[in-house]
Design a protein around this ligand. Structure first.
Ligand code: PEP
Ligand code: CO
Length: 450
């Protein structure tokens, strides 16, 4: 293995990178980024690694969630507060379900770059370069905004900074409404009794009990740990946020607490794996249907030669139809390898469907959706498969928002396929809305106790 440095990835094939028309403009931006302060500090990164090591051992549970693609326009108080609120509420439900503390990690404050399967996409009958996330180009349907713009790296940095600043202020202030799940706006107040209703009652009883104890409650609910994550995709940006931390600690990416590598860019000798192997942050690795047991074992050896607890979170995303066949061979390979990984289930990316929706006036549009039932089914199977193999599912990775969007179908209150056009807002993949996310958390809490 040749020696690593923050730019050694440049000697490896880098997939999913935009081509900038003016490389000197990119250089100028990167020089500026390298001078700017980090978003997070190494101590926080180290603490998260320790917590994830605990989760791998079954003492904690990981909840990672947020938008598929954050957009600069979502850097607004309502959207940020909505995401934090729903993640906190979900974590209360999961803490109850698993009887263990939950580690909360947002796909937030930097989740601005998207890998795309195709270089072009059809938008309203026109073929345009694909949208690659606000870090790279604009979602607007015209050639000019789809051109990669280096200035966006600085804009991303400042939007991430503003988002994180607000998150930190909110977390420090505590979220008073966490204490009253009956006010969370859960579905099913009338009509059929939803499957999670009993859990909700129990959570409420537990919170009332803590309330009665006074001080304990403050400790449990008001000290809010919250971590950030994004996909390490645009490597010049990640490199510019990589900082040497003295006293032998090594290089850290201080643009987020943890980063993950996507299904499309995790080639063993590719640039992304080369970059990630040298940073101290805990790493997520998405694992889809193309991964063989041998690939995965080689990847773990490359990223985690020291078999360090908390270093690697494996995030399978097979889909409800494929997990039964695909997961067991990988589980066995990882067990044989001796790497102490944390397993987290992404029940979103293997359960996509395309549907044609009616926009009225004869206009139609093909949109991506996911069904609540399929997402839940993959989670349920994941818990069962891990149990059957003497392994442990220690986390979930979910695309969600606090807002009342209509992007995924199902759950107690819908929406149905015909409702999807009503509030379809995602810049990329469909997210569970606030109500669906909470209902899902209560159902996962039930699976944890099964
Ligand atoms: C994502 O998490 O948004 C993503 C693109 O995932 P994957 O790499 O698993 O397809
Ligand atoms: Co996605």
């Amino acid at each position: 293995m040749t020696s690593w440095n923050p730019h050694s990835w440049q000697h490896h094939p880098a997939l999913q990178q935009p081509v900038y028309e003016d490389p000197s403009a990119l250089e100028g931006v990167l020089a500026h980024l390298r001078r700017l302060p980090p978003l997070v500090v190494p101590q926080e990164v180290d603490r998260l690694r320790t917590l994830l090591a605990d989760a791998a051992e079954g003492r904690r549970f990981l909840l990672q969630g947020g938008d598929c693609a954050e957009q600069f326009q979502d850097c607004a108080p309502e959207a940020i507060e909505g995401k934090l609120r729903v993640l906190l509420q979900m974590s209360v439900a999961l803490t109850h379900g698993g009887r263990k503390p939950v580690i909360r990690v947002g796909r937030i404050a930097g989740q601005f770059a998207k890998p795309r399967s195709s270089a072009t996409e059809e938008v309203l009958g026109r073929t345009l370069p694909s949208y690659r996330g606000d870090l790279i180009n604009g979602l607007e349907a015209d050639e000019a905004s789809r051109r990669p713009d280096p200035e966006r790296l600085l804009q991303a940095y400042f939007h991430a900074t503003a988002t994180l600043n607000h998150l930190r202020a909110l977390a420090a202030g505590g979220f008073a409404d966490l204490h009253h799940p009956e006010r969370w706006g859960l579905p099913g107040a009338t009509g059929e009794v939803p499957a999670y209703r009993r859990t909700l009652e129990q959570v409420k009883e537990s919170l009332d009990f803590l309330e009665a104890l006074g001080g304990v409650q403050r400790e449990v609910l008001e000290r809010i740990d919250f971590f950030t994550s994004h996909e390490a995709l645009l490597l010049p940006y990640e490199e510019a946020l990589t900082r040497w931390v003295g006293e032998g600690a090594g290089h850290y990416n201080l643009g987020a607490h943890t980063l993950w590598v996507g299904e499309r860019t995790r080639q063993l000798d590719g640039a992304h794996i080369e970059y990630l192997r040298g940073i101290r942050n805990p790493l997520g690795v998405k694992v889809g249907p193309s991964a063989t047991p041998a690939d995965l074992a080689a990847l773990l050896d490359r990223l985690d030669p020291g078999r360090e607890p908390g270093r690697i979170t494996l995030i399978p995303r097979f889909g409800a139809e494929r997990i039964q066949a695909a997961l067991p061979p990988l589980l066995r390979a990882v067990q044989a390898s001796g790497h102490p990984v944390l397993w987290s289930c992404d029940p979103m990316h293997g359960n996509g469907a395309s549907v044609l929706v009616d926009l009225g006036g004869g206009a139609t549009r093909t949109i991506k959706t996911r069904d609540f039932g399929a997402i839940l089914s993959e989670l349920k199977q994941a818990f069962e498969i891990h149990r059957a193999h003497g392994s442990r599912l220690g986390g979930v990775h979910i695309e969600l928002t606090g807002e009342a969007v209509t992007e995924c179908t199902g759950g107690t209150e819908g929406p149905s396929r015909t409702d999807l056009a009503k509030a379809y807002q995602t810049g990329c993949d469909p997210r569970l809305n606030g109500t669906q996310s909470l209902e899902m958390a209560f159902l996962i809490a039930g699976l944890m106790r099964a």
